[in-house]
Write a protein that binds this ligand. Structure first.
Ligand SMILES: *Cc1c(COP(=O)(O)O)cnc(C)c1O
Length: 211
C-alpha cells in the first residue's frame, strides 16, 4: 500500500476529468494514513458512507486541515441526524420525508456544520437502495421546501452491473428540471461517462486507492 501510488492515481484522474467536474475522493474503509497524503497534496473534497466511521476519522483531520469538505454519501438513519449535521459539510443522501423532518427539527435546535443538502434519487428503482422514487418527488419537494433546506444538488447510484448511461440520462433530465447547482453521479468504473452526461461531481474510491 504505497501512498505515492495514491497520489499518482489522483494526478491521472485529474488529467482525465480536466476540470469538467469536481472530484470527490471516497474514503470508506481507508485509514487516516492513506487519507492524509491526499490532504497534504492539497485535495479537499471527501466522502464517507457511515456516520460512525467518519466520526472516528475526520475530527482529527479537520483540526489540521480546517478547509476540508466532507460529505455523507451513505444512508442516514434519523437517530444519527444530529451527529451527521455536526460532522459533515454536506449530506448527499436525503430521499425520505421522515429524514427531512428530522433534519429540520435538529437544525431548529442548533444549525450545526452542515450547509448543503442533496436529494438522492433511486434512479434504478431498486428496492434495497435508498433514495426517492420519481412518483414521490412532489411530496418530497414540498417537505423540503417546508423545512427550508438549501438544495445543493441531486445524487444517484445507478444499479450495479448494468450500463449506467440510460440512468445518467434520466438524472440529467431531472437535474435540468430541478435547477439545482450540482449533479453527483459516476464512480471509478464510469465517471468519464457520467461527466459526458452532465455530472458536476464524481465520487471515486478504487480509482484512487486501488481495489
Ligand atoms: C464506495 C462508493 C463510491 C466509490 O466507489 P468506487 O467504485 O470505488 O469508485 C461512490 N459512491 C458511493 C455512494 C459509494 O458508496
Amino acid at each position: 500500500m504505497n501512498n505515492d501510488l495514491i497520489l499518482q492515481r489522483l494526478e491521472q484522474v485529474k488529467k482525465i476529468v480536466a476540470g469538467r467536474a469536481q472530484i470527490m475522493i471516497v474514503t470508506k474503509g481507508q485509514d487516516i494514513s492513506r487519507i492524509e497524503p491526499l490532504l497534504q497534496a492539497g485535495h479537499r473534497l471527501f466522502g464517507e458512507n457511515r456516520v460512525q466511521e467518519a466520526a472516528q476519522k475526520w475530527p482529527a483531520l479537520r483540526l489540521k486541515y480546517p478547509d476540508l469538505q466532507l460529505h455523507l454519501i451513505g444512508p442516514l438513519q434519523t437517530n444519527k441526524v444530529r451527529q451527521a449535521l455536526d460532522l459533515f459539510d454536506e449530506i448527499q443522501t436525503i430521499g425520505r420525508i421522515k429524514l427531512i423532518v428530522a433534519i429540520k427539527r435538529e437544525r431548529d435546535k442548533e444549525m450545526g456544520r452542515c450547509a448543503g443538502f442533496w436529494l438522492q434519487i433511486n434512479i434504478g428503482r431498486e428496492p434495497q437502495k435508498s433514495g426517492a422514487l420519481e412518483e414521490d418527488l412532489p411530496q418530497i419537494l414540498q417537505a423540503w421546501k417546508d423545512a427550508g433546506l438549501p438544495a445543493r444538488g441531486l445524487m444517484a447510484i445507478p444499479p450495479a452491473g448494468q450500463n449506467p448511461e440510460p440512468y445518467f440520462k434520466l438524472m440529467k433530465g431531472l437535474h435540468d428540471a430541478f435547477q439545482v447547482p450540482e449533479l453527483s453521479m459516476g464512480m471509478s468504473g464510469d465517471y468519464e461517462r457520467a461527466i459526458k452526461h452532465g455530472a458536476t461531481l464524481v465520487r471515486l474510491g478504487s480509482a484512487i486507492f486501488g481495489d
